[in-house]
Design a protein around this ligand. Sequence first.
Ligand SMILES: O=C(O)CCC(=O)C(=O)O
Length: 333
Amino acid sequence: MEIERVQDIACLSKDTIPEVFIRSENEQPIITTVHGVNLEVPVIDMSELDEQKLTHLIVDASQKWGMFQIINHGIPDEIMNQFKSVGKEFFELPQEEKEVYAKTPGTNSVEGYGTSLQKEIQGKKGWVDHLFHKIWPPSVINYKFWPKNPPSYRKANEEYAKSLHGVVDKLFKSLSVGLGLEETELKEAAGGNELVYLLKINYYPPCPRPDLALGVVAHTDMSCITILVPNDVQGLQASRDGHWYDVKYIPNALVIHIGDQIEILSNGKYKAVLHRTTVNKDKTRMSWPVFLEPPTEFTVGPHPKLVDEENPAKYKTKKYGDYCYCKLNKVPQ
Ligand SMILES: O=C(O)CCC(=O)C(=O)O
């Protein structure tokens, strides 16, 4: 076993939590959250027929917030519900069944069932377990990391992956046009048809001290764009002007994060959103982010059409895999 799972620790913790989960005062949710205010990040109706208007809304939100929620996105409720339901069923299996999918020690791959991801300062831990695996394109899928139980897991994930394509293309197209590029140019520069959809399922068990612990610590996503579905337990927070706010939960909406690679490709026009998650005293929170990523060997940098003598590159150009290595190991980019 990699390390003790938070789900097991949660079962044993009644009023207190192990020291390793207690955040420093400058991170503790009780001290750092602006209470009583739900951050109303832009909510964008994807069924808007006026294409120019839709593009403007997506571009504006990506510049000013780096985060927005989309409604009427065209993914049928049934597909989303099935996808969430099989993920929940997996985490409710006995521990030894989940361990079959544990990450392979000694590899650089994030795929598999696990507990920690980033190197953390002072060895602190987040109150969360996770399962990572790729869901698109078929050529990069390793079914070794796809649970066989529940038996409908595979079908539900395949259907969800397929249903995402329309949303993915609309988002890339709008962001591309917003940079003055042709509709397809931004996606091409992010990996084109090789763009990888990496699913992560986060499982945050009830926590006796939600005032002191965090789920996922403050970060921006390494991906280009992240498309996230949460369950109905509040927990996602975004940083705005140096303060932390709860992001309002909207049933059936998809939460969109602009990630580091879009900030880089846009040479800083679009902003990756700094976010984190809190945990709940009585309820299990879950979330299903899909990270849209360039292939590991694919080189990403500010788009050449956006860079000239007057607008020098603000970011390095490098292979996506090298970018991730530096970020996860806290090595300067
Ligand atoms: O659970 C959430 O809402 C956000 C999760 C997240 O930021 C992550 O897994 O990187």
